[in-house]
Design a protein around this ligand. Structure first.
Ligand SMILES: NC(=O)c1ccc[n+]([C@@H]2O[C@H](COP(=O)([O-])OP(=O)(O)OC[C@H]3O[C@@H](n4cnc5c(N)ncnc54)[C@H](OP(=O)(O)O)[C@@H]3O)[C@@H](O)[C@H]2O)c1
Length: 300
């Protein structure tokens, strides 16, 4: 495993982190505590020390799996998020970016994660209006001073990167934000234009989410793929999926070295950019954990 310093926080994170959007069962498969214990133990053995979860991956369900699986709290850097409430499979989440709502979510996250503190507490893809709230900023700062939160972050909404909307980045100092989680992968490189140069100049840590384009960049899906109805990818825009998977085929032919594992290549592609502190692919089984962890050492 390789490690990088996550911007001004000074924390040393494994370049391969673990996403946990899968754990609450919307990716075609339900998980038990037993399998998650195995996934997290193996990740730990392979040097992964960063885990990203959220309040609304189920009603604190992924957090709870993670909290039960982690053996030594100090071995892990845990990032979670606030701002949403989960109401069931494919049901619209409600948003709760007010102080009272966040206080409740923070308590529930700490309980689910079985910890006294959260390393990174991230605004969960807020709109500019949801983000710009000085009462919330003061509340978060208080929780930092109480030791319940170590660092504040923003998991930027995808459109903030795609539409060059720099509002939240420009307000980060005022809100005591120290890191950003962004969409970044070989298909979506838009962040290279403004967001990443800004983060580099101001020494913000950056997590690249969806580094495998929700599995598309593993090269295992053909454009005519049909995902099962219990897989959230079955609800994605069909035309866009076909377009994306056709593009993946051109990448396979023109960029991925022969015999390379495409998932590893895609993770390594993100990490070639030194501004990326870590990628956080979602992983569903031990094979994926092993392949992804090993991508840290590959140079294509
Ligand atoms: N707004 C936000 O804050 C936000 C939004 C999205 C994601 N996130 C975070 O970012 C993380 C990553 O994004 P993501 O999980 O949506 O997408 P992703 O990491 O691009 O793709 C993950 C999927 O790729 C497949 N996969 C992973 N490793 C593989 C390997 N080695 N070989 C073959 N297939 C592999 C698995 O699905 P299959 O095997 O079923 O194909 C897995 O579920 C999330 O888990 C979450 O923590 C945050």
């Amino acid at each position: 495993m390789k490690y990088r310093i996550l911007g001004k926080t000074g924390l040393e994170t494994s370049v391969i982190g673990m996403g946990t959007d899968q754990f609450y069962g919307e990716w075609g498969q339900n998980f038990s505590q037993t399998i998650i214990d195995k996934i997290i133990d193996r990740a730990h053995e392979l040097g992964i020390n960063f885990i990203d979860t959220a309040e609304c991956y189920g009603d604190h369900l992924s957090e709870s799996f993670v909290g039960n699986a982690i053996k030594k709290r100090e071995d892990w850097i845990i990032a979670t998020k606030f701002g949403h409430k989960y109401h069931g499979f494919q049901k619209q989440r409600t948003t709760h970016f007010d102080v009272k709502g966040i206080e409740e979510q923070l308590d529930n996250s700490l309980k689910a994660l079985k910890t006294d503190y959260i390393d990174f507490y991230q605004f969960h893809s807020p709109t500019n209006e949801e983000f710009f709230n000085e009462d919330v900023w003061a509340f978060l700062e208080k929780k930092v001073s109480e030791g319940k939160i170590r660092h504040i972050g923003i998991a930027l909404i995808a459109s903030a990167v795609n539409d060059d909307d720099m509002f939240q980045l420009n307000q980060a100092e005022a809100a005591k934000v120290e890191m950003f989680q962004i969409v970044y992968n070989r298909i979506n490189k838009k962040a290279e234009e403004k967001v990443l140069p800004f983060c580099q100049k101001n020494n913000f840590g950056v997590l690249a989410r969806i580094p495998l384009a929700r599995g598309h960049l593993t090269g295992k899906y053909n454009p005519d793929v049909t995902f099962p109805s219990n897989d959230r990818r079955s609800f994605e825009n069909k035309e866009q999926t076909i377009k994306q998977l056709e593009f993946v085929q051109t990448l396979k032919e023109n960029e991925v070295p022969p015999n390379a594992n495409m998932a590893q290549w895609a993770l390594s592609w993100c990490l070639q950019n030194p501004i990326i502190s870590a990628v956080i692919p979602g992983m569903k089984n031990l094979e994926q954990v092993e392949l992804n962890a090993k991508a840290a050492d590959l140079d294509f």
